[in-house]
Every structure is written in structure tokens, then in C-alpha cells.
Design a protein around this ligand. Structure first.
Ligand code: SF4
Ligand code: SF4
Length: 403
């Protein structure tokens, strides 16, 4: 295993992180009810991760059963506390909520202290201000750090680049969890800025949000040969010295081998890596009507996330990444600030965006075409039902709490 310094935290952590978002039945409420299948899955995965040298575990209060499962697994395996670093996250909106939440998380994780605490989801200006306001959550986290209950404070983000840069510029944080991978290099300036401020950088979901690379299109698979798509992408991320660690969605023992093989050659910009990258770059460079993700077309009065929709089009047309495009596109309109924007079908052809596009793209036509190719009505209905039941469950929980 390779270890890197996690920025100014000074801690040495493995370049592979064990994330806790995907344990078996991990998202089934209630959060503290732990079925045997979930426990077995967590215990086996944690044991295997530690055996292969992973020393960094990442979870969040928002990941339903995850903190409970890690707390139980680490206890059951009697793992010495100095053998691993624990990162968890939360998004409390006030100082009092912060103290309460961290106390609860320490109990759930069965720990005396948390190594890395990330404010979860600085995804827009409003949330940045809420987290960093005077007397607010981040100040409370600083107090908890003085008390030794938290060692280092950072944040995670799905925000547009300008907000991400602003959050880094506050100089309140020692690390950042962000999106950056081969198929989304737009956040490179944030990686560079965070690096210049000696912040640790964790890359969120490079295999999944990074293009569902565990299930690549035939074209991507061929372009990445002799590496797998996940191996190429992981190596691409690690070729940036500012990047400390990756969460690769490993939630079963069989998920580790391929990622470990990716680390066999620590020279991440080898001749082979460069050849693959040059091959992968070509289809995008040759693409007609390519959106460059410059963001100049925003805002759209219908709140269409034009650059993101057209990024899916780029990937679909250049790389045949249809299943990834469908997976992400159909998440629009249901993830709030985590993934904002309306479906492209809301375009009224008002033309506001057209003069702002330096590529002179026929944006309404491209949006319509992309919606037609990626929208999945059955998935949309399924998601709506899921959200509806989720909403009812939340209301029921609130009522039950009162009695
Ligand atoms: S033409 Fe469509 S995409 Fe462009 S600003 Fe108007 S509604 Fe938005
Ligand atoms: S202005 Fe044009 S190139 Fe830039 S993000 Fe919008 S559609 Fe893409």
C-alpha cells in the first residue's frame, strides 16, 4: 500500500480509502437496526481493508447505517485505535446542533475522537455561508477540536468551481473531498489551489460518478487497454501530487484486488498511462458541437444545468457512455443541492443562452437531443415513488419521535 501525507493535517493515510456508503442494506431505514447480512458485510470488508494496508475509513452521518456498522465492525474486530484514521461528516446548521451531532456520532462510532470531520456538502453559496457564519457550525467544530474530540476539520463538496474555490479560500479547512477524475477535470484549479494551501484532498467516487467505470462502454474499455477503465482513472487521479486518497466504492472483499493492482507501479504517468490518455483525449477533441463546460451560458431562466447536460452528451457521443448518462441524467430534479437542475425538456427556446456560448452551440437543439437519448421515464417514475415513500417515512419518523 502507498501512503501519502494528508496535507496540513500531517497524517499519513493510504491512497485507497475505505468508504462506507454501500454496505449491504446500508440505506434501509432505520439507521440503528443492523441486519446480520449488513454486519457480516461490514466486518469482512473492514477486516480485508485493514489486512491490505488501508488505514483510512470514510463515512458520514448522512449514510444511514454506515457509522453504526463501522462502530460495530471495528469493535468486533478489536482494531487498535492507532491502526486507522476515521473520517466522518455531518451538515449541522447551528453550533448547538454541531455539538449534539458530533456527540451522537462519537457514540455511534464508539470512538473517543474523530480524526477528520468534514462539513458535509458545501454545495452552494447558501450552504457555504451557513457552515462558516460567525458563531456557526465550523466555529463549533473548532471548539471541539480544542477539546480533542476532533483532530482536523475539512469539508466535502459537489459545488460549482467558483463556490469550491471560495470555500478553500476561507482558510478554515485542512482538507477537502471533491470531484475530480479523467471524465471531469473541470475542478483542476480547485485541486491546484487546495494543494497550494497544503490541504489534503480526497477524491469522491472516481469510479461511479466518474463515469460508472466499473461498467465501461466497450469503447472506453478498448481505449483504456491494457489497463481497466477504473485502473486508468485511479492512476490518472493519483498522478496529481496534490491528491491524497480515493474512495473507490469497495464494499466487498472481491472489490479490492483490481484496485490494488493499479498501485503496483507508483509511476502514475508512465508511458502506458500517457498513451492511454492520448487515445482517450482524441474522441472528445474531434467531437462536433463539443461543450467545453465554460459555464458562460448560465444562468438559464428555466434552471437547466446546461453544461452538465451537455457534458453527458459529450460522453455519450464521444465514448458511447449511454448507461452512465442515463444513470446521472435521470437523477436531475430529485437530488436538490447535491445535483441541481431541471430536465432539458424544460427548455423554452428563449435563446438567452445562445449569445453567451463561445462555441456557438445550438444549445436548445442539443438539449432536446440529449433529453431524448437519456431520459428514462420508467426510472423517473421509480425514483419519484422512492422519493415519495422516503418523504412519508421521514414524516412518520418525526411523528413517532413525539410519542
Ligand atoms: S434557450 Fe433553453 S437552455 Fe437556453 S436559456 Fe433559454 S430555456 Fe435555458
Ligand atoms: S457556454 Fe457553450 S460551451 Fe460553455 S458551458 Fe455553455 S453550452 Fe457549453
Amino acid at each position: 500500500m502507498e501512503y501519502r501525507r494528508f496535507g496540513k493535517t500531517g497524517e499519513s493515510i493510504s491512497v485507497l480509502t475505505l468508504g462506507g456508503m454501500r454496505f449491504t442494506h446500508g440505506w434501509d431505514p432505520p439507521r440503528s437496526h443492523l441486519p446480520k447480512t449488513s454486519i457480516d458485510n461490514a466486518v469482512q470488508t473492514v477486516r480485508h481493508a485493514l489486512d491490505v494496508g488501508i488505514n483510512h475509513i470514510e463515512t458520514a452521518h448522512g449514510y444511514m447505517k454506515s457509522e453504526h456498522l463501522f462502530g460495530l465492525a471495528l469493535d468486533e474486530l478489536k482494531v487498535p485505535r492507532e491502526q486507522y484514521k476515521m473520517m466522518t461528516k455531518g451538515a449541522p446548521m447551528t453550533a448547538d446542533d454541531t455539538f449534539r451531532l458530533v456527540e451522537e456520532q462519537l457514540q455511534t462510532l464508539r470512538l473517543d475522537y474523530i480524526d477528520f470531520y468534514g462539513w458535509h456538502g458545501i454545495n452552494n453559496e447558501e450552504r457555504l455561508n451557513a457552515a462558516c457564519k460567525a458563531g456557526g457550525p465550523v466555529e463549533a467544530l473548532l471548539k471541539l477540536r480544542e477539546q480533542g474530540l476532533i483532530r482536523h476539520i475539512g469539508f466535502s463538496t459537489h459545488a460549482p468551481l467558483n463556490i469550491l474555490m471560495k470555500a478553500i479560500e476561507t482558510d478554515l479547512f485542512s482538507f477537502v473531498n471533491l470531484h475530480f477524475y479523467y471524465f471531469f477535470q473541470h475542478n483542476l484549479p480547485a485541486v491546484k489551489l487546495a494543494g497550494s494551501k497544503d490541504m489534503g484532498i480526497l477524491i469522491i467516487s472516481p469510479n461511479d460518478k466518474g463515469g460508472q467505470l466499473w461498467n465501461p462502454s466497450q469503447k472506453v474499455e478498448e481505449l483504456c487497454s491494457p489497463q481497466s477503465a477504473t485502473q486508468f482513472n485511479g492512476r490518472f487521479c493519483l498522478s496529481h501530487p496534490e491528491v491524497t486518497t480515493l474512495t473507490l466504492g469497495m464494499h466487498a472483499t472481491e472489490h479490492f484486488d483490481s484496485n490494488l493492482r493499479m498501485l503496483e507501479n507508483h509511476q502514475y504517468s508512465s508511458e502506458t498511462d500517457q498513451e492511454i490518455k492520448a487515445r482517450l483525449d482524441q474522441p472528445l477533441e474531434q467531437l462536433n458541437s463539443r461543450c467545453t463546460y465554460c459555464l458562460e451560458c448560465l444562468p438559464c431562466p428555466e434552471n437547466i444545468n446546461i453544461p452538465e447536460v451537455l457534458r453527458f452528451r459529450n460522453m455519450l457521443v464521444a465514448y458511447d457512455m449511454r448507461s452512465f448518462g442515463k444513470y446521472r441524467y435521470n437523477m436531475l430534479e430529485r437530488k436538490g443541492h447535491w445535483f441541481p437542475g431541471e430536465f432539458a425538456s424544460h427548455c423554452t427556446q428563449c435563446g438567452d443562452c445562445l449569445p453567451r456560448c463561445p462555441e456557438n452551440l445550438d444549445i436548445p437543439r442539443l438539449l432536446k437531443e440529449t433529453h431524448h437519448r437519456l431520459f428514462n421515464p420508467r426510472l423517473w417514475i421509480k425514483n419519484k415513488l422512492f422519493d415519495w415513500f422516503g418523504g412519508i417515512w421521514k414524516i412518520l419518523k418525526r411523528i413517532l419521535k413525539k410519542y
